[in-house]
Design a binder for this molecule. Structure first.
Ligand code: 13P
Length: 323
């Protein structure tokens, strides 16, 4: 009979890896103290990154976390629009983001010029932008929203004419269905490439395998997928809903990390991802190693030019007021 020997076990590499990670975590904690820094991480970040973070949440939770801190430095693990939002809300603090910085594919889909053009075409419409937009574009908006507060905020707007909303067709659908407001989507093709991969067929397969499970979905999912869901909200609210619900099994129609995180945090319930391939690689750019590097070098710094930051702060603060 053949015996398989794991070379890593023989050489103690597994243990060495653990010791290495422990040392890196220790280094991060020391650097945070020395620089009076805090770490904010989105729910889709790597688990070991979330473990060293002071605030872990969805875009809304990170906005509030960024707004309520009295540290000198903020390190943000997420994508570019989150890093810019933190910099806009904290002009007196150094804001850094590890690695090359993740680029949100949605935020790239609505340009400043395109929004300017849409505003000219619809001069009577108020502009509500999804937070997944760059600061330069947000500077042109009347208000911003996240998946968390989109319905509440859209409900206060567009009484006399449609609301110009972008970028994301799934969230546009979620708002128009949830508020009965007229929405003009700008642009009329923007989708999150990860959440848009979830199809009704795939979701039906998972539901057929687990008919008793409750379907929770992110509003960036396609309209027909949203129509199958029992609960739709932001990553942060999906976490709260699953923790508080009396139900025991959930199908998570979102980036697979949300399902893994919930399984870890709520072990007495069962979470089924729609597919293990639903991974936003941009949200995983932060690692323990590049966090150490960023804290040591205080780079790369997130810089939003003053005039853009001043203009973008107005619609972001309006959102904070309403939500
Ligand atoms: P949340 O605001 O729900 O955390 O989602 C952010 C995001 O970009 C998901 O793709």
């Amino acid at each position: 009979m053949m015996m398989i020997i794991n070379i890593n076990d023989l050489m103690g590499f597994g243990k060495l890896q653990d010791i290495k990670e422990e040392l890196i975590v220790e280094r991060i904690e020391k650097l945070k103290e020395k620089k009076n820094a805090i770490i904010l991480a989105h729910n889709f970040s790597k688990p070991e990154v979330r473990a060293v973070s002071d605030v872990v949440g969805g875009s809304s939770g990170l906005t509030t976390g960024a707004n309520e801190t009295d540290c000198d430095m903020i390190l943000i693990c997420g994508v570019n629009f989150m890093a810019e939002m933190v910099a806009v809300l904290n002009p007196d603090k150094k804001v850094i983001t590890p690695g090359r910085g993740g680029v949100c594919p949605l935020a790239k889909q609505l340009s400043y010029e395109e929004l300017l053009e849409a505003k000219k075409e619809h001069p009577d419409c108020e502009v509500l932008l999804y937070m997944n937009s760059l600061a330069k574009t947000i500077a042109l908006a009347d208000c911003v929203c996240t998946a968390n507060n989109a319905l509440k905020i859209a409900g206060t707007m567009g009484d006399n004419s449609p609301i110009l909303f972008g970028p994301d067709l799934g969230v546009s659908y979620y708002i128009s269905k949830g508020t009965a407001k007229d929405i003009i989507s700008i642009p009329d093709y923007a989708v999150c490439p990860v959440h848009n991969k979830i199809s009704v067929d795939k979701l039906t397969d998972v539901k057929t395998a687990h008919p008793q499970a409750t379907i929770v979905a992110h509003p960036e999912c396609r309209p027909d997928v949203q129509d199958m869901a029992d609960y739709i909200s932001s990553t942060g609210e999906i976490v709260n809903f699953c923790k508080e619900s009396g139900k025991k099994e959930f199908i998570v129609a979102a980036d697979v990390e949300l399902s893994h995180m919930l399984q870890n945090e709520v072990p007495d319930k069962t979470f089924y991802p729609v597919s293990e391939s639903l991974v936003c690689k941009h949200m995983r750019i932060s690692t323990l190693v590049n966090i150490v590097d960023a804290l040591e070098t205080e780079k790369p710094e997130v810089v939003v030019p003053c005039e853009i930051a001043d203009a973008a702060r107005i619609p972001i603060e309006r959102m904070l007021e309403f939500s």
